[in-house]
Write a protein that binds this ligand. Structure first.
Ligand code: CU
Length: 413
């Protein structure tokens, strides 16, 4: 309500000023003065104001920097972040330099060449040298900025070194799930058709394919049982469409199974289809400090964006493809709390940085950066709860079930 009142006052104020200007115009006309006749005193006052304005302007700018400087993000906590900050600072220095130079000249000349009856403007229509200068210099500066920017960008997105750790971040409306490779150090293949209650990320394994096929078969059987009863036409039509859809889904999953079998035959132990069972699917996001990590990013529904502001890294999560960024954290959560933020509740945070729907604001997950030993201990603990118990002859089916149930229960929360 008060906002509306302020708006009304502002609008009325503007109208009042416009009316005053009109009254002034009319009185000058009555006095027989022409509008463009401006007194020397007015001109001199304007020239002085032109000279005073930059002081007020840059003074205000400095005041803002001093007053709100501490609202900026703290020091970058990853090597990639340090590179990004250096790039940003480089751009800032160029901008500030050019901005101050051009604005000082602008207001200085506006004040210096105040109107005088005894002076005529110099007619200076064209100068090829000047044209060349102010085309080539900005082009050169831009080229430097772009080359420097692309180098930094590739530092973040180029393939990670072979011994880098892999972590997957999976986005959906409205939360994040992390996936760590199990003891084999490799993430398994995924396919969205396999997503169900126990397999929220669609990890492909022989077992998850069979489970999903049985699930669909059951759903088809249920729908067909319903169809055999008496039903209104529109419901019958809907059910039939659902059955057809599930039939197509079955065919595609069987096709996926064929692809998997061929890939295993061709690549043996290197096949990604053999590495899903021991993956760890978790709501905890841990990274070891000073270790290069390759973060793979996927989305289940629409475009999201994985943004870790304190590490200065961000990458879109795009449905249908896997995006990638590298990150090497340089400060642990504990050090951030003790030395940087002086706040023992501080946490690094992974945010969604694409407005993706009603609960976008809440799509976040804390990130914990620990010393390597602590990270290894956490991962060893997490490895005890793999996505599926490994398909070894010793593994008894009840154990597999209880693990799957435990994982499912974890995700239900
Ligand atoms: Cu999102």
């Amino acid at each position: 309500m008060s906002k509306l009142l302020i708006l009304i006052v502002v609008v009325l104020g503007i109208l009042a000023v416009a009316q005053l200007a009109r009254v002034y115009e009319l009185t000058s006309r009555l006095r027989g003065k022409r509008e463009e006749e401006i007194s020397d005193a007015d001109n001199r006052m304007n020239a002085t104001l032109m000279w005073l304005f930059p002081f007020a302007y840059f003074g205000f700018f400095l005041w803002l920097v001093v007053k709100y400087g501490d609202k900026m993000l703290p020091v970058a906590a990853s090597t990639q972040g340090e590179a990004t900050d250096a790039l940003l600072d480089f751009n800032w220095w160029i901008l500030i330099l050019v901005f101050i130079l051009t604005n000082v000249l602008l207001f200085y000349f506006a004040g210096k060449y105040v109107f005088s009856k005894d002076r005529r403007a110099h007619w200076y229509p064209h100068n090829n040298k000047l044209e060349l200068l102010w085309t080539v210099v900005p082009a050169g500066v831009l080229a430097v900025i772009i080359i420097y920017g692309l180098t930094t960008w590739s530092h973040i997105t180029s393939p990670a070194s072979p011994d880098a750790m892999q972590v997957e971040l999976y986005a959906k409306q409205f939360d994040w799930t992390a996936r760590y490779p199990g003891s084999d150090g490799m993430l398994g293949a995924t396919d969205y058709r396999l997503i169900n209650g126990t397999n929220p990320l669609g990890i492909v394994t022989a077992t998850s394919i069979e489970t999903r096929l049985a699930e669909i078969e059951q759903e088809i059987a249920d729908a067909e049982a319903q169809l055999s009863g008496v039903l209104p036409d529109d419901q019958r039509h809907e059910l039939q469409e659902r059955i057809d859809y599930l039939g197509r889904m079955t065919a595609r999953i069987i096709n996926l199974r064929g692809v998997m079998e061929q890939d295993i035959k061709a690549n043996g132990a290197a096949s990604t289809y053999l590495h899903g069972a021991d993956d760890v699917v978790t709501k905890d996001f841990y990274l070891p400090v000073h270790k290069e990590t390759s973060i793979l990013i996927r989305s289940r529904d629409i475009i999201h964006s994985a943004f870790i502001p304190h590490l200065r890294v961000q990458m879109n999560a795009v449905p249908g493809m896997t995006t990638h960024m590298k990150v090497t954290p340089t400060i642990t959560t504990d050090s951030m709390r003790t030395y940087v933020m002086q706040d023992d509740k501080f946490d690094f945070i992974l945010l969604c940085n694409k407005i993706c729907g009603a609960s976008h604001y809440n799509m976040q997950m804390p990130l914990i950066v620990t010393p390597p030993a602590e990270f290894d201990a956490w991962l060893a603990e997490a490895n005890k709860k793999p996505f599926e118990a490994p398909a070894t002859p010793e593994a008894t089916p009840p154990a597999t079930d209880s693990t799957a149930t435990a994982v499912m229960a974890e995700h239900a929360n």
